[in-house]
Design a protein around this ligand. Sequence first.
Ligand code: PMP
Length: 375
Amino acid sequence: MPLLKEIARVYGPMVAPPSPTSPIDPVSNVIVTYGASQAISLACTALLNPNDEVILLEPAFDVYTSAVRLADATPVYVPLRAREGSVERSADIVLDIDEFISHLSEGTRMVILNSPHNPTGKVFTHAEFKAIADAIDKYAPGCIVLSDEVYERLVFDECVHVPFASVSPSAHARTLSVYSVGKTFSSTGWKVGWIIAPKPFVDELKIVQQSAVFCVSHVMQIAFAQALKMADLPYKGFPSYYCWLRDHYRGKRDLLVDAVCAGGMIPIIPEGAFYVCAYVPLSHPARRHVGFLPWSVRELVEAGDLSVDETTVTRPDYTIARNLIATNRVATIPLSAFFEERHVGLYGLSRDFVRLACCHTDEILLQAHKRLQDC
Ligand code: PMP
């Protein structure tokens, strides 16, 4: 109960739409989960029926597709596209609202949104979310929205995080907002998350949660109730822990962006979350031998220490990621891993980009800076 109360206190006003609705009630509107991962699978299990269509924006965090498929529902992908001209910042990656509308149908049961966005760092603006909310009102009024906002506190520069549920009363009435302590309190392995939603959804979630895990560890709940209380207090010279966190990660983002540039790659500067997507130019040494495994990787495969999905060998971004780890000892994720297999190569982001993460010590980020220059 202490955590439910703290969540209602902190997040109730954040997810409230402009016109007053009844305040968030800790018992009826909040459910605690084992991290956001379990929140996503719980929502899909409890609220989807076989053959329901679920819209995902691609590139998409992989857990969404698995959770939708495990519920026997059907993922329908709408691409996020690069704005015309060069893509310098994550704000240059946009959803074409007409394309989004063209994928809504009577069968659409759920739309999954994610802001700040993994992997691109895009932070959806109020206007972008309002356009999505209005489109759903008009073309799929029976639809639920699952809004994954786990990186809510990690927004940089002039950006502000907008909870989807806050953009209109109807958005509020159809939205399950997902949060996690993993990113906000740098405690991924502690696995505490929650969903805030209207009572009828929470009632459905509770039925499944009771048979799945019954409840989340009370020790963890008490710890994070305390953390939420303390996070509003001044911290290390900043007005609150959240202000410090934002500044802390902005510094790390900048270190990683510098490292990527020094390594001859072109970053999409993220305005949120803690990843940097980097374009790897055609002349870059990490692109050598596309279609082959680096020798050190092949040796591991032959020794039976590593298995490789052969369909990835011809993808440029997988080759780049394998070369970067084999030669530079820098781990990245090929961006095509965030796409459905049949979409790989169709969109620019799915061919020539890797994702790096800046949730490391500054020393490690400076090491990466050095290593990325070793070619
Ligand atoms: N959503 C997104 C977008 C994520 O990136 C992650 C973690 N990588 C999660 C959810 C899962 O969060 P948790 O660790 O709380 O399960």
